[in-house]
Write a protein that binds this ligand. Structure first.
Ligand SMILES: [Zn+2]
Length: 146
């Protein structure tokens, strides 16, 4: 199983974004570094959810978002390593729609949002044949950016 490292304050920031946009989905880009040992998230780029017809459960990243995220990553000497979005009132499990619209390689963080249970934080990567998502380990790291 692959591992995603992310600083605790960025996990908090994603949960906050999800709470702010609730009951609509939030989404954003994960910027960081990818090496053989582990993938690490070092910064976030919150994005507007452009899916107007059903923003509650339709996370879509546009080509424009990809360009903006790649630009933001470059400016910080980072790479675009994935995406995050929230599931309002639903568990942090990828939907069939998520899978159909995902690309290989990227890490997909999903957080649950709502008034009920403790928010969940999960991460997924699409299998190479796109048939399913594989769950990724999440390791939260403390402290400031080196
Ligand atoms: Zn989703």
């Amino acid at each position: 199983m692959s591992t995603l490292r992310i600083r605790a304050e960025l996990v908090e920031q994603i949960h906050r974004h999800a709470a702010e946009t609730y009951p609509q989905e939030c989404c954003g880009a994960l910027l960081g570094r990818d090496d053989t040992e582990a993938r690490e998230v070092l910064a976030l780029l919150p994005l507007p959810n452009r899916q107007q017809d059903s923003p509650r459960n339709r996370f879509v990243v546009s080509a424009e978002d990809v360009r903006a995220a790649e630009r933001a990553a470059q400016q910080q000497w980072l790479e675009l390593v994935g995406w995050y979005h929230s599931h309002p009132d639903h568990p942090a499990q990828p939907s069939a729609f998520d899978r159909e619209h995902a690309w290989p390689w990227y890490s997909y963080v999903i957080v649950s949002a709502g008034t009920g249970a403790k928010p969940e934080f999960t991460c997924w990567r699409l299998a190479d044949d796109r048939s399913h998502f594989k769950q990724e380990n999440v390791r939260t790291t403390a402290g400031a950016q080196p």
